[in-house]
Ligand binder design. Structure first.
Ligand SMILES: NC(=O)c1ccc[n+]([C@@H]2O[C@H](COP(=O)([O-])OP(=O)(O)OC[C@H]3O[C@@H](n4cnc5c(N)ncnc54)[C@H](O)[C@@H]3O)[C@@H](O)[C@H]2O)c1
Length: 336
């Protein structure tokens, strides 16, 4: 079985690629290694993946539609796509809006067009985001809730990806599943996200900025739970029987809304140092709380998150220390 993983040099993509290979599959990884954050971290993830002969890397921008569609002639045996490449980050979408439409709308469409051209494709699983719930106040967020009040361009492009995918599933019978990820953290995590930013600052004796005066909650999801969820979903494509459109969307979160200040205090214990907090107002584009209803993905695919922040944050800190401090190598997590 051969699977394309887009965003393979990214945080989630590198873990998913490693887990697919751990169960014996071949992976074609696509990434443009852009500079949104330090590409050295992307290269370090890639070099671990490239130790495995089952991995092939193709450096490509998903918005380069001709090159993306040409992959169908080069690799006609592909049976699955896990599409994770995107311009991520809510705050950056305020300053670099076109990066979001290029990668998350044009690029997403190019991946669907590739899907159309692959005769053996069984399933296309792609990343959406909890941010599509925008200003919703009903908690937990459920997939049946309305999602037409995005509060950032990032969220709007992720919702656009869901709608475009539905249209392609309807028109061309491509089985698609969108996964609304809820704040993912863990080893090899993203430098623009709280776990990384806070750990870096606490270790350097620098203050950390806490928005909405600390009155925020997030459904933090550990990377190993995400990986087993992605693989479980990939193995269960939506049925196209009885004229149904083979398209669906799931939440994938931990089903716990953790107060931000508890997150900080667990991190302080893992690091062994107190944080200096600077309380700041809510940032434009941000939401106060996220909390995932995961019943649908549990029913479909047996998804059950297992790792709380009490266990996950110490594992993140230990990776952070070894990545930045010594030459000791920390392997990718693989699906449990
Ligand atoms: N990490 C989270 O908490 C989270 C939450 C919600 C949604 N998501 C979504 O999950 C997916 C993976 O996120 P991540 O945290 O691993 O982010 P990431 O930035 O680490 O990974 C994305 C990868 O895609 C690549 N990429 C970006 N634009 C590209 C393009 N045009 N062509 C080719 N490659 C491109 C980047 O170089 C990067 O390596 C993204 O779609 C993101 O929007 C993540």
């Amino acid at each position: 079985m051969t699977t394309i993983v887009t965003g393979a040099a990214g945080f989630i993509g590198s873990h998913v690629a490693a887990a697919l290979m751990a169960r014996g599959e071949d992976v074609i990884g696509i990434d443009n290694l852009n500079h949104y954050y330090d590409p050295a971290l992307k290269r370090a993830r890639l070099s671990l993946l490239e130790e495995n002969p089952q991995f092939t890397f193709v450096k490509l921008d998903i918005a380069d539609r001709e090159s993306i569609m040409a992959l169908a002639d080069r690799y006609p045996a592909i049976e699955a796509i896990v599409h994770l490449a995107a311009q991520a980050g809510v705050r950056h979408s305020l300053t670099a809006p076109f990066a979001y439409t290029e990668s998350n709308v044009t690029g997403h469409l190019a991946i669907l067009e590739l899907g159309r051209r692959l005769p053996r494709l069984q399933h296309l699983v792609y990343a959406s985001s909890s941010s599509v719930y925008g200003a919703n106040s009903k908690l937990p967020f459920a997939v049946e809730d309305r999602v037409d009040t995005p509060v950032s361009l990032y969220a709007a492009t992720k919702r656009a990806g869901e709608l475009i995918s539905y249209a392609y599933s309807h028109l061309y019978r491509i089985p698609t599943t969108g996964l609304r990820f809820f704040t993912v953290y863990g080893p090899w995590g993203r430098p623009d996200m709280a776990a990384y930013l806070f750990t870096e600052a606490i270790l350097a004796g620098q203050p950390i900025r806490v928005f909405n005066n600390g009155d925020m909650r997030r459904d933090f999801t550990y990377i190993d739970d995400i990986v087993s969820g992605v693989l479980g979903v990939l193995d269960n494509p939506p049925a196209a029987a009885r004229g149904e459109v083979p398209a669906r969307v799931f939440n994938i979160g931990n089903h716990r809304a953790e107060p931000l200040l508890r997150f900080v205090s667990v991190l302080e214990s893992a690091i062994g140092r107190k944080a200096q907090l600077i309380f700041e107002p809510m940032q434009p584009g941000d939401v106060k709380e996220t909390f995932a209803d995961i019943e649908a993905i549990n029913r479909c695919c047996g998804f059950e998150p297992r790792v709380s922040i009490d266990d996950g944050l110490p594992r993140f800190v230990s990776w952070f220390r070894s990545y930045h401090g010594t030459d000791e190598r920390v392997p990718m997590a693989s699906a449990g």
